[in-house]
Design a protein around this ligand. Sequence first.
Ligand SMILES: [Zn+2]
Length: 253
Amino acid sequence: MTELRLCREDIYQGSLILINKEFDYKNTEKNISLVPADTDYPEILLECKASSVLARLMKDTGCEKEIVPISGYRSLQDQTDIYRSSMTEYGAEFTTKYVALPNHSEHQSGLAIDLAKRQPEIDFIRPYLPYEGRYGDFRRKAPDYGFIERYQSGKEKITGIAHEPWHFRYIGWPHSKIMAEQGLSLEEYIILIREYPYKRRHLVQRKGRQNVEIFFLPMGEDTEIDLPEHALIQQSGNNVDGVIITMWRKDHD
Ligand SMILES: [Zn+2]
């Protein structure tokens, strides 16, 4: 057995953190490593794992020259400026639909990216990214790589944001795949995972000869848990009330 120690700060970091109108971005430690989302656009940054996975997804779907990044990581100041200028230019109704309040934007985590079809004129607030052709392939394959289309049509009441076909969020595999298969928003997925606590039945996803087990640890205070020695462990806070553990195990373990 190996011991995993978790503290309350762990709630607020990792690829599964929920950032929306209700839950603000709290990881102000600046401990995320940011790299360019695309070498042709060095000013657009993304968390490093998200960036490398996005590059592979683009390459594997033949979209490298067809899809361009529009907006990645934003500082608090960037988000404040975007919010203010949208209010001035487009008014309150439009802004509350499409632009998150400062500290309530996923872009501040470095895990979100807005993407557009490459064309001469691009709308930077609502970029155009089609659903057909290779763009459709990109969308269908995104959950296999850990990305989700975050603000889907029909989920507006849950996410609090209008349908945004251009906004993608890295949350990591297999979470992205489960969400896509079950048609869940991140808000709904966070609720689902609470049904699989540490000491009870885990949510299981197969990958080849590996079992991927997912379970939830509510975090009232600092916690220690025992986990199998040979398992590969990933952890992420949900930014609400606990930590989600993803445990990779070979069959014979
Ligand atoms: Zn966005």
